[in-house]
Design a binder for this molecule. Structure first.
Ligand SMILES: C[S@@+](CC[C@H](N)C(=O)[O-])C[C@H]1O[C@@H](n2cnc3c(N)ncnc32)[C@H](O)[C@@H]1O
Length: 456
């Protein structure tokens, strides 16, 4: 018997501007945000996750018939009703309302109402008692949960939430966000003894324990032993390799080889890693997956534009119209990019400025718009024109940007290598190879180390 399913709000309309604005704003929120729990390179904004789940759970009020049922109200009423639902979304996506029970409850009421409507439409379904119980919302499962934005928000909206992932780091993050906090909700602080007792009671664990089971990768146990977490934490391993620590940093030219170690350790935890068609995954494909850890959206908007444009056009001139569309998609504008000093735009065209074209008298302290892209290329300019100590002197004047500059150099190196752009690749490789010397020179110029403020 076919299931009668009215269109969902998400299929008809969404207040995109409100969602976009809230999602963009969230990027700069640090306190209380899951991004501070553990770095996750492909983290999605909670605002977008919250809005999307709500709009998928709520029925669109518009009239529809066919498929064996009629549903909804006439055009005017439906529009008014949609505006009411939009208002809920607009309130829901605000960071300040993340734990606002009044706002959340308004959303949950709508979700429950829509679910009851669906149950009513399907009450003659042979398995109605099991599948369409108006008092029990369907559970939510994100099989590729990553940083957990979706299961976290599903739980917030009142759904029973399940998450799984092949990466043990993602599993740990999800456990810490979704499984553990609800178990503490309303409890007084516990002493160590009581805590041990409580931890011993495995039966009390919620459904998130399924994270550790049945993931379809042979061995199957993704439970987070510290060894697995250590071996599985690819971003951290990458960071160690590129930073150097006790050893010297891995030069970008060697990175794709070096990455095989920790990257493949994740894969080798399982008896076999399979492609979607069941065939064994090739090392090359695995490496491509691993490389995705170097995510684009960790950079500022101007840099995201430059990265994307560079990948498409290199240093060549392109059409203004295309640049304009890309700039908007990346949350910036052509005017802003010109102001930032990373592009030149004239006569309906645009191109990225090469490092050699960047001004020698540039001052990071007085630059009001300073994308990482600009900082990196200025550093390359200083290194190539004036040597390591000049580059160190420049880095000392923007110590908080050291880490993102270094990551961007790695990323650009990988990109150029993939594209076969040897000349460009060399500039980025040289910067990273000289990194320790540049940092040392920066230290001598008055800055110790390159770490910014420690955020707690
Ligand atoms: C783009 S991320 C998800 C991001 C997530 N929505 C968030 O907000 O952070 C995709 C995830 O899928 C996982 N993944 C990829 N292939 C998988 C598979 N075959 N089984 C389970 N997880 C997989 C990856 O480990 C990664 O964490």
């Amino acid at each position: 018997m076919t299931i009668k399913s009215p269109k969902k709000l998400i299929e008809v309309a969404l207040p995109l501007d409100a969602i976009n604005t809230a999602a963009a704003r969230e990027k700069s929120i640090r306190h209380g945000h899951p991004s501070t729990l553990h770095l996750w390179w492909a983290r999605r904004p909670l605002a977008a996750a919250r809005a999307v789940i709500f709009a998928q759970m709520v029925n669109d009020p518009g009239y529809q018939q066919g498929g064996g049922f009629r549903f909804g109200v006439n055009k005017e009423k439906a529009q008014a009703e949609r505006e009411r639902l939009f208002k809920i979304i607009e309130d829901l996506v605000q960071w300040e309302n993340t734990n606002n029970e009044e706002v959340l409850e308004r959303a949950r009421v709508e979700i429950r109402r829509s679910w009851r409507e669906v149950c009513e439409l399907n009450k003659s379904h042979p398995q109605a008692a099991e599948l369409f119980n108006p008092d029990k919302l369907p559970a939510f499962h994100d099989p590729f949960a990553g940083g957990g934005a979706l299961p976290l928000e599903a739980q917030r909206l009142g759904l029973e939430s399940y998450a799984s992932d092949l990466n043990p780091v993602a599993v740990t993050i999800n456990k810490a966000m979704i499984e553990i906090p609800p178990r503490f909700a309303g409890l007084p602080p516990v002493n160590p003894e009581a805590r041990n007792e409580w931890l011993g009671d495995r039966n009390a664990l919620s459904g998130m324990d399924r994270l550790a089971e049945g993931n379809g990768f042979g061995q199957g146990d993704l439970s987070v032993s510290s060894a697995a977490a250590e071996r599985g934490n690819l971003p951290e391993a990458l960071d160690e390799m590129t930073r150097g620590g006790v050893n010297s940093p891995v030069a970008p030219v060697d990175l794709s080889q070096a990455i095989i170690g920790p990257g493949m350790a994740i894969f080798s935890q399982y008896a076999a890693v399979l492609e979607a068609d069941g065939s064994p995954m090739r090392v090359k494909t695995a490496l491509q997956l691993i490389n995705r850890f170097l995510a684009e959206d960790d950079f500022d908007h101007d840099t995201q534009f430059c990265l994307h444009w560079f990948e498409q056009q290199g240093w060549a001139t392109g059409k203004y119209g295309e640049a304009d569309v890309l700039a908007r998609a990346k949350g910036t504008s052509v005017g802003g990019l010109v102001e930032a000093g990373v592009v030149e735009s004239a006569k309906g065209e645009l191109r990225l400025l090469k490092w050699a074209e960047m001004p020698r008298d540039w001052s990071p302290e007085t630059d009001a718009r300073l994308p990482i892209w600009e900082a990196l290329h200025q550093l390359i300019r200083a290194l190539n024109q004036d040597g390591e100590s000049a580059a160190g002197g420049l880095l000392a004047r923007m110590p908080n940007l050291a880490e993102p500059i270094r990551s961007l150099a790695y990323r650009l190196y990988t990109l150029c290598e993939r594209k076969g752009w040897a000349e460009e690749a060399r500039a980025y490789n040289e910067l990273v190879t000289a990194w320790s010397a540049i940092e040392q020179a920066a230290g001598e110029a008055g800055v110790v180390g390159s770490q910014g403020q420690l955020e707690i």
